[in-house]
Design a protein. Structure first.
Length: 245
């Protein structure tokens, strides 16, 4: 992540409760969504049955300017003792391993700008999710950027069902919002916050769209600097393939 310039601050506008400055507009990757009733049998959200070989392909978009950042392929390579995913970000970059204790709770998360290794599983989708549900959880994590064990607190809110259009098609998906406060490995990033919204579609056993961004105070605690913005990225499903058989 880098310190975001004034142009990007203007583009993000009020997403994080920051003052809206003149000029700029936030791109959402040319996808759309609209509220719909819960599909039959979808609440509480049923646990997906994942299989070795399940595969999803996502396009990553810079939400500040709409530029396509690349395409990532995610594949299930093991389901015991944990669910292990092979994450290929393409472009010659190293392949990553993502691990989940179950389909809802993550142990090693590669979604962001650097992998997070949690001490205890962290919910990404609340178990038995249904519209209106909310939960608060806490954990600690390590990263390759620091030898320290750092704090992670989050609030999840299940907003409701939406019909979402992405390159792979149109899906009825459950919108889940997450607000995170945490300790950053960079000690000069004080009071970091992050927002993460995903649209989970039972039809594909995973989320079909996801957006995240964040902000922090640069410098030392108690300083007078304005909040700086992290990157803002949208993932959109471009294709998926269930396990053979």
């Amino acid at each position: 992540m880098t310190h975001i310039d004034l142009r990007r601050r203007r583009a993000l506008g009020g997403l994080l409760g920051l003052p809206v400055l003149a000029g700029g507009a936030l791109s959402t990757g040319c996808a759309s969504s609209a509220a719909v009733p819960a599909p039959a049998g979808a609440e509480p959200l049923p646990v997906p049955k994942l299989g070795v070989g399940d595969r999803w392909r996502y396009r990553l978009i810079d939400r500040y300017n709409g530029a396509v950042l690349g395409e990532t392929t995610v594949e299930v390579v093991a389901i015991t003792p944990d669910i292990s995913l092979r994450v290929d970000p393409g472009g010659g970059r190293p392949v990553l391993e993502e691990r989940w204790a179950d389909p809802w709770t993550v142990l090693i998360d590669t979604t962001y700008d650097f992998p997070l290794l949690f001490e205890t599983p962290v919910p990404v989708v609340p178990p038995g999710a249904r519209a209106g549900q909310g939960i608060t959880t806490a954990s600690r994590y390590r990263s390759e950027r620091s030898s320290s064990v750092l704090g992670w607190q989050q609030r999840l809110r299940v907003v409701g069902w939406e019909r979402v259009q992405v390159p792979a098609g149109t899906f009825e998906a459950l919108r889940i919002e997450r607000f995170v406060t945490y300790q950053h490995p960079d000690v000069f990033r004080y009071a970091p916050e992050r927002t993460d919204t995903l649209w989970y579609a039972p039809q594909v056993r995973r989320w079909v769209a996801r957006e995240w961004t964040g902000s922090y105070l640069p410098g030392a605690p108690g300083g007078r600097a304005s909040r700086a913005l992290e990157d803002s990225v949208r993932w959109e499903l471009t294709g998926w393939q269930p396990a053979p058989g």
